[in-house]
Write a protein of this length. Structure first.
Length: 336
């Protein structure tokens, strides 16, 4: 196994993509006897694949790494379905990937195939239900920075985390960062028992819930321990540069203008950023401007940024929730 000696990539073009496969038994079948399956992928795609526990590290240029990652994920899914892997299956996956669009996040999702949008995660296949949700998911894959604005229950955060997990398990990002403003609502953080993690975890619980829907609980714990998944209050983002990461800021209506600017300027190379919020649920003190409103006003003219809007028609919780939202909107003079 090794890189093609006749056409070695330039040193500056060589990077590593790390994929995790939680089922060791399936990983053994994926590698094949004496790693022959990996050898075939290495030879055909001019990459080098190293096994590290239940991880596979792909070394090579960006395009080849993306192709190899897509092929390995497809073969692993085949094993999860109870199918076997033969040499012809590997060759078929490689040829299929090379005939598609260039490797990238879009390759991980069958956009509008048969009128459907599907996001593959470790535990389930997620399918947006409304047109607004489909457009939102599409923008998350296509844009480096996207906003999801609308009422609670419309799937803004849930779909963003699903796309983040998809990009993470497919090797397009190295980590996931999920954040929320820890805005106090009645109780002071200092009055809550426990250490700092105990104090902020209640604010972060919806993000934990979404992650556990898409990844096995033990894997979530392991990835958080390894800091490949981080869930932290917005204040903890100051001073960081977030590269090769999928970053979600939830409940962004409760970020101040300065906090929002701080967060947006954390965006680094190879990263995707999603900002979600509901303008009708601002919990900031009276007289403090919402950073979500300001960002929407200031950034609307930038083509590289996507703004996606949801209404009560996009609510996917109990049908009564949509009617409640409509009733409150009708009574709000600002929306009249």
């Amino acid at each position: 196994m090794g890189l093609d000696a006749l056409n070695p990539p330039k040193p500056e073009d060589i990077h590593e993509t790390l994929l995790e496969f939680p089922d060791n038994r399936l990983l053994i079948d994926l590698c094949g006897e004496f790693d022959r399956n990996l050898a075939q992928i290495e030879h055909q795609l001019n990459v080098h694949i190293l096994r590290r526990g239940n991880h596979l590290a792909i070394v090579g240029d960006g395009t080849a790494r993306g192709q190899a990652a897509a092929v390995l994920q497809a073969l692993y899914q085949r094993l999860e379905q109870g199918k076997q892997i033969e040499a012809g299956d590997i060759d078929g996956e490689i040829r299929m990937d090379q005939h598609d669009e260039p490797a990238g996040p879009d390759a991980q999702m069958e956009l509008f195939k048969g009128g459907r949008v599907e996001i593959k995660t470790r535990k389930k296949l997620v399918e947006p239900r409304t047109d607004a949700q489909k457009a939102y998911v599409k923008s998350l894959f296509k844009k480096e920075l996207a906003f999801g604005i609308g009422p609670a229950g419309t799937g803004k955060t849930y779909l963003a985390v699903a796309v983040g997990v998809n990009m993470f398990i497919s090797g397009h990002v190295d980590r996931i960062l999920l954040s929320r403003p820890a805005v106090e609502a009645g109780e002071k953080l200092g009055y809550l028992p426990g250490d700092m993690k105990d104090k902020v975890d209640p604010y972060m619980q919806p993000l934990y819930d979404a992650l556990n829907d898409f990844l096995p609980a033990k894997q979530v714990e392991k990835l958080i321990f390894e800091k490949r998944i981080e869930i932290a209050p917005l204040a903890f983002m100051r001073g960081r540069t977030l590269s090769n990461a999928f970053v979600v800021l939830d409940e962004a209506q409760n970020a101040t203008t300065m906090q929002m600017k701080m967060f947006l300027t954390r965006l680094g190379e190879g990263s995707r950023m999603v900002i979600t919020g509901d303008r009708s649920q601002v919990d900031l003190p009276r007289g403090v401007n919402s950073g979500l409103r300001d960002a929407e006003s200031l950034l609307k003219g930038i083509d590289e940024i996507a703004f996606n809007y949801f209404t009560a028609k996009d609510v996917v919780r109990h049908p009564l929730v949509g009617k409640i939202i409509d009733a409150y909107d009708a009574a709000d003079p600002a929306k009249g």
